[in-house]
Ligand binder design. Sequence first.
Ligand code: 4GY
Length: 222
Amino acid sequence: MKIDVLTLFPAMFAGPLDESIIQRARKAGLLDLKIHNLRDWTHDRHKTVDDRPFGGGPGMLLKPEPLFEAIEALRRETTKVILLSPSGRRFEQAIARELAGQTHLLLVTGHYEGFDERVRETLADDELSIGDFVLTNGALPAMVVIDAVTRLLPGVLGDDESSLDESFSQGLLEYPQYTRPAEFRGMKVPEVLVSGHHAGIERWRREQAKLRTKKNRPDLMK
Ligand code: 4GY
């Protein structure tokens, strides 16, 4: 999979995507990731990317010309152009799975008060939000999407790492888990887990997953 990112803060991407599983995927050639500075598609001396909104109001908008030039230069026939902003549809595991089946993503991050609407209308195939909060720019949301998508690409996770998706596909949160020691500071691991009774363990885990989901995410209970 190829992922291009358009941002005003390319330096923010150094670090998080150079570690661990993402770095391994890049080195293995499973992820071809390139970060692009939107200012590279400006032509004036000050590399202007923003301007004031027509009709007034606070803040600045990303002006259309650099975004149009950049996106038209970076996209191909098969590219999915995705804007990241709090106005998008909510990014979730099902969307990560869908994106992992694409060949080329172009992630366009929001800054200032957002985008000129013509970018959204004309260039965007989709608009995603990572949650109902406002960050200072879209670099972190882009990294969140890249991380969630990359770990789903075939060959990226080893067998030991890949199980975590199952909890989400069942629509419940993870059940409680314990490792050694069996007793720590007086706190004992639930008896059933050390019983060796596999059907009992299954039943307990499912029950616990439901209790936790009801408590923390009632919206997920049908
Ligand atoms: N939440 N999900 C998000 C964000 C920064 C003001 C528009 C989010 O995706 N992006 O908070 N982005 C904002 C800052 C302009 C982008």
